[in-house]
Design a protein around this ligand. Structure first.
Ligand code: FAD
Length: 326
């Protein structure tokens, strides 16, 4: 097994995403264990200015690939560029955040390199010299520890908001790599439509306020939105709320929706079915507001409020607005 660990530094709209710092911090930890070096892989159109920010989280090197064709993410192009870089430099491990982009790119890179991938992980460690990746299963009731056998580099994908960000300032060597992006990728961008909301995506949100059947109508989701606004949170929903047409499918959290890992998940009028828990049980803190004291969500919640959400949510919004104003 090689020793170097690489982190993919995801950029969105000219800025480094938080997941880039998470992956880099984790890479530093793994490389220190393996006795290897850490490199960040930075792709984009004019991204050289982002290198110093990456330097704060422990890279020895930054592979910087700039080209106008890399401005907008294209999985086929990015996978070729990253795949070629890896083939040439042979790191042992390559880490991606399990963001929309990371979930698309990492398997494409793994396929190009004909190697293994552990997706949606929450922990990595070295045991007896072997890298292990821990993946939650069955709604977080069990964990699988994945090992890589005869598969190098190991491609790892980590859930956002789970791995700690650790500052470890360095002055990394910036290695500029020039490329000729292939013309024959078979995928062409036709149009870019900005999301209707400026809230963070559910899968990357640090705070989520979610509503279920207990919210009772699309209009009533206003109180959920207001609480989310005060907290700078993203709004989620149970499948019942989505099936009822109160929220769009992209808001759904759960087995057939999104897997989320916020620091704070506030579940309002959600019973806590196994399928809903499958998507949110790994949240750091869970607050449940439900008028039924026997609702299963209370078994997972760190804090529970047994009361009518139409009373509690506006009161909470008001109190938090006052508190956060100061
Ligand atoms: P309910 O279970 O009806 O719960 C509503 C809750 O609101 C109750 O606990 C009630 O006490 C409370 N309540 C009512 N009024 C108030 C009030 N005024 N104040 C406070 N509390 C109140 N579900 C998902 O969420 N995500 C998925 O991805 C998903 N995938 C599925 C996949 C499969 C294959 C299947 C079979 C099901 C899936 N489901 C999924 C559905 C899941 O089984 C549940 O039906 C669903 O999660 C229930 O949603 P809910 O908690 O909003 O509704």
């Amino acid at each position: 097994m090689g020793k170097d660990v690489w982190a993919f530094a995801e950029v969105k709209e000219g800025k480094l995403k938080k997941t880039a710092f998470e992956m880099l911090s984790e890479s530093r930890k793994l490389a220190d264990n393996l006795g290897g070096e850490v490199a960040a892989v930075l792709l984009g159109s004019a991204v050289a200015g982002l290198a110093p920010e990456l330097g704060r989280y422990g890279p020895d090197k930054i592979y910087l690939v700039e080209h106008p064709d890399l401005e907008i993410y294209n999985g086929q192009v990015y996978a070729r560029v990253v795949g070629d870089l890896v083939r040439k430099n042979q790191p042992a491990v390559l880490l991606f955040g399990a963001t929309a982009q990371g979930k698309d790119l990492s398997p494409l890179v793994a396929a190009r390199l004909d190697t293994g991938i552990a997706s949606d992980c929450t922990q990595f460690f070295i045991e007896d010299g072997a890298l292990k990746a821990r993946r939650p299963m069955y709604a977080g009731k069990a964990f699988a520890d994945v090992v890589f056998q005869n598969a190098e580099p190991a491609i790892l994908q980590a859930r956002p908001n789970v791995l700690p960000i650790v500052e470890n300032p360095r002055e990394p060597e910036v290695i500029k790599v020039s490329i000729e992006p292939p013309a024959d990728v078979g995928v062409r961008r036709v149009e870019l439509q900005a999301a209707a909301t400026d809230r963070p995506d559910l899968t990357e949100a640090e705070i989520i306020v979610s509503g279920g059947r207990g919210v009772k109508s699309a209009e009533n989701f206003n109180i959920i939105e207001e609480l989310a606004d005060v907290l700078g949170a993203t709004v989620g929903a149970s499948r019942s709320a989505v099936d009822a047409g109160w929220r769009q499918q992209s808001d759904q959290v759960g087995q057939t929706g999104k897997t989320v890992t916020p620091n704070l998940y506030i579940a309002c009028g959600i019973s806590g079915s196994i399928q809903h828990l499958a998507g949110m049980a790994s949240s750091k803190y869970i607050v449940a507001i439900n008028k039924d004291p026997d609702a299963p969500i209370f078994q997972k919640a760190d804090y529970g409020i047994v009361d009518d959400l139409f009373k509690v949510v506006p009161e909470l919004t008001k109190a938090l607005r006052e508190m956060l104003k100061e």
